[in-house]
Design a binder for this molecule. Sequence first.
Ligand SMILES: [Zn+2]
Ligand SMILES: [Zn+2]
Length: 105
Amino acid sequence: MKKLWCWRCKMEIPMLNEEEYAIAHKLYLKSFKRRISGMTREEGFKPLLDYYREITGFEETEPNAIMHHRIAQYGPSCQNCGKPYRTPEAKMCADCGNKRSQKNQ
Ligand SMILES: [Zn+2]
Ligand SMILES: [Zn+2]
């Protein structure tokens, strides 16, 4: 878990590493099965929301939001403003326009 700026939520939010994301994703898929078996949206997604709260301490209510809070979806932090590049391949910072350095500085 690492706090990063989220471009969709427009705030800093706890993001999941690949290990945590794999577990969250499984819980997410299970949630749909739980819902098909007759649970409400709230009940169905509870294990996912509980898991997210357990590792991040963040009270998230929107399961879909958790699914885009994955560190690997973003690039490294911009050398200029500190926000993560929007994608791992991004050449330019979407916030300050800083060109991404290809060298390891
Ligand atoms: Zn977000
Ligand atoms: Zn920047």
